[in-house]
Write a protein of this length. Structure first.
Length: 250
């Protein structure tokens, strides 16, 4: 409080003078409660150590600290009573909003909401795959990163991204939060027996890549023919072997 401080008084008459002093401490509920972040020089990056500190002006001192994590529209109370909340190391799962409440015998106070924007390099999701349909082959490249990465499809003779077309290849790209979803569609005839394509996603912290093989001619029919032929030969040999074995036993 503004009235807290040291006060002095003096009295004087014809017989002399006297001085006195007193310190006044005005007690009050917590106020100006806030959360601060101590971070590394390269920011809140996955793998670094991060500490949130809850501070408040309070007389008497704070007797109770409570931390909360916001998930959607719900505040989840954390199992800690410390003035600080540490992440060592911080991970992408800690990317969330936090706040604290404090209490002393005279009242309580709530801090501002602080968001931990954890940055990390791209990774390729297991949802990435290729599917064959009647109109062609479609490949999906799904990546998570913060900040969201730039997705590029690498073809034998060109690189395409976002909503671009090259020959019989069509690229599409969609961003949803930290996720980038890219699709590559191969339609129409193609002169090559086999096409290799790859998807790369890059942000300031790194790069990830997903490689696919597209059989354009015959839509994999040649590959399937060879496979079925091989299986047929193996089954024939197996059946002949059984017949010979039975004849020998007779």
């Amino acid at each position: 409080s503004r009235d807290t401080g040291d006060y002095e008084c003096a009295a004087e008459n014809e017989h002399g003078a006297v001085e006195g002093s007193i310190t006044i401490i005005v007690e009050h509920p917590p106020q100006e409660t806030m959360v601060s972040i101590s971070r590394s020089t390269d920011g809140i990056r996955e793998g670094n150590s991060i500490t949130l500190t809850c501070s408040s002006e309070s007389v008497p001192p704070i007797s109770h600290y409570t931390w909360f994590r916001i998930e959607g529209i719900t505040s989840i109370q954390l199992n800690t009573r410390s003035r600080t909340l540490s992440f060592n190391p911080v991970t992408r799962e800690n990317d969330a909003s936090f706040y604290c409440t404090v209490r002393n015998p005279l009242g309580n106070s709530t801090s501002n909401i602080t968001h931990l924007d954890v940055q990390y390099e791209p990774d390729i999701s297991q949802e990435s795959k290729c599917t064959q349909q009647s109109e062609g082959v479609t490949c999906f490249c799904v990546s998570n990163s913060n900040p969201p990465g730039v997705l590029i499809w690498h073809l034998p003779h060109a690189n395409i991204s976002d909503n671009q077309t090259h020959g019989h290849f069509v690229s599409r790209s969609v961003r949803d939060g930290h996720q980038v979803i890219g699709s590559l569609i191969l339609t129409g005839p193609h002169n090559e027996e086999e096409v290799t394509a790859s998807c790369s996603v890059r942000n300031p912290h790194g790069e990830a890549m997903f490689k696919v093989y597209l059989w354009a001619k015959g839509r994999n029919s040649n590959k399937w023919t060879v496979g079925l032929l091989t299986v047929g030969i193996i089954l024939s040999v197996f059946v002949v072997g059984i017949l010979i074995f039975l004849n020998v036993r007779k």
